[in-house]
Design a binder for this molecule. Structure first.
Ligand SMILES: Cc1ncc(COP(=O)(O)O)c(C=O)c1O
Length: 385
């Protein structure tokens, strides 16, 4: 049987995942400093309230609305504020599904979206599975991360339909500055491009610069079409609920939402329980986020203390998000280094190459890791760097 060329040629896992599987099968202890599944990181969730929210009486009724229930959309609009209205929103089963709908809305097979890199590695596949190509445009680090607006503008071709940015970015933690936002929206307007802004980590500012754009919704009247993506996965640390959303602003937003509703109507993938639970889960979210933020800050302080007497190692600023980039002398390739740390120190880290970090000399750690694992993992890994 022939298979679509949108799929990968093979489904083999990478050498790091293979080594991890081998070690786990052999019962070897591994300290995982890459954990991003918040439900497996020892947070204390209000279990009874979450269960109650997911099993209210309305879960027994099917009342299909391709945009999502108005009650859930009202709750999401209230969560965001900034003048967002229920009618500006469309619910999805995840941010990934939001991307899939937007790529179907914006492009034809062979069209392109531009993605500043390093960034979330899923974009390549999310675009490709919709027949589009995600073209990466390197950002650069000079005291902090910067979008290369000139390079983005030069990369725009006749098939470019949109730019995708993550605010703050994963894994660099970069918040867009207000001037980057002004430059981006102005050039998207000029080039007739849509701007997709993924703000799943926007509530997790750790070392935010004063000129950061806390959210794209600060711009009440952007000059280009802006689609903001977010969801419960990160803002309430509830990825299993499977509820995300798209907020549309700027020129043509009402018509875009109508077309998105047509697309969503073909699948109707958001469950009744996720929609019914949304208002209650959003009300619980600040308390859960508080625990996550405390964890992120504690691990960052642990890392700083561990780096204090290792001048050959450092970390990049973490403006926001759940990850930190550890900088090390590039004596070997990042992939080789991550394999070595796993094999010899029993510590799992991600090489910068997983996220398209340029060159060698970066490992990516998750600040969500339970604190004792993080401390112990650093104690075992840092002497080998
Ligand atoms: C930038 C970014 N967007 C979206 C997601 C996932 O969101 P969802 O679970 O809603 O698909 C992640 C998960 O790590 C992410 O890093």
């Amino acid at each position: 049987m022939r298979r679509s060329s949108r799929l990968p040629d093979h489904f083999e896992s990478n050498p790091l995942s293979r080594l991890l599987a081998e070690l786990q099968a052999a019962g070897a202890p591994v300290l995982d400093l890459t954990r991003s599944n918040s439900t497996a990181c020892g947070f204390s969730y209000p279990e009874a309230a979450i269960r109650a929210a997911l099993s209210g009486p309305s879960v027994l009724r099917y009342a299909a609305d391709p945009r999502g229930s108005s009650e859930a959309r009202e709750a999401v609009a209230t969560h965001h504020g900034h003048g967002l209205r229920a009618e500006d929103l469309l619910l999805t089963a995840s941010t990934s599904e939001g991307y899939a709908l937007l790529f179907k809305l914006l492009g034809d097979p062979g069209d392109e979206v531009l993605v500043p890199s390093p960034s979330y590695p899923l974009f390549e596949w999310l675009a490709r599975l919709e027949g589009l190509q995600a073209r990466t445009v390197p950002s650069y680090f000079h005291e902090r991360w910067h979008l290369d607006l000139g390079a983005l503008e030069s990369a725009v071709g006749t098939r470019t339909r949109a730019i995708v940015v993550v605010n703050p970015n994963n894994p660099t933690g970069h918040f867009l500055s207000r001037s980057e936002w002004a430059g981006l929206t102005e050039f998207c307007a000029r080039q007739d491009l849509a701007l997709l802004v993924d703000e799943v980590f926007a509530d997790y500012a750790l070392e935010p610069p004063v000129d950061r754009l806390p959210t794209a919704l600060d711009d009440l009247d952007p000059p280009c079409p802006v689609f903001l993506l977010s969801g419960l996965s990160k803002i309430a640390a509830l990825p299993q609920v499977k509820l995300g959303w798209i907020a549309a602003r700027g020129p043509g937003s009402a018509a875009s939402l109508e077309a998105l509703a047509f697309l969503a109507d073909q699948y109707l993938s958001v469950s009744a329980s996720a929609q019914a639970a949304a208002p209650a889960l959003l009300a619980l979210a600040p308390a859960i986020r508080g625990q996550v933020l405390a964890r992120l800050r504690a691990n960052l302080a642990t890392l700083d203390a561990a780096l204090a007497d290792r001048p050959h190692l450092s970390r990049l600023p973490v403006e926001g998000g759940w990850s930190v980039l550890l900088r090390r002398p590039a004596l070997d390739a990042d992939d080789t280094c991550a394999l070595r740390l796993l094999r010899e120190a029993g510590v799992l880290t991600h090489p910068g190459s997983f996220f398209d970090l340029p060159g060698d000399g970066h490992l990516v750690l998750s600040l969500l890791t339970p604190e004792s694992d993080f401390r112990e993992g650093l104690a075992q890994a840092l002497p080998s760097l």
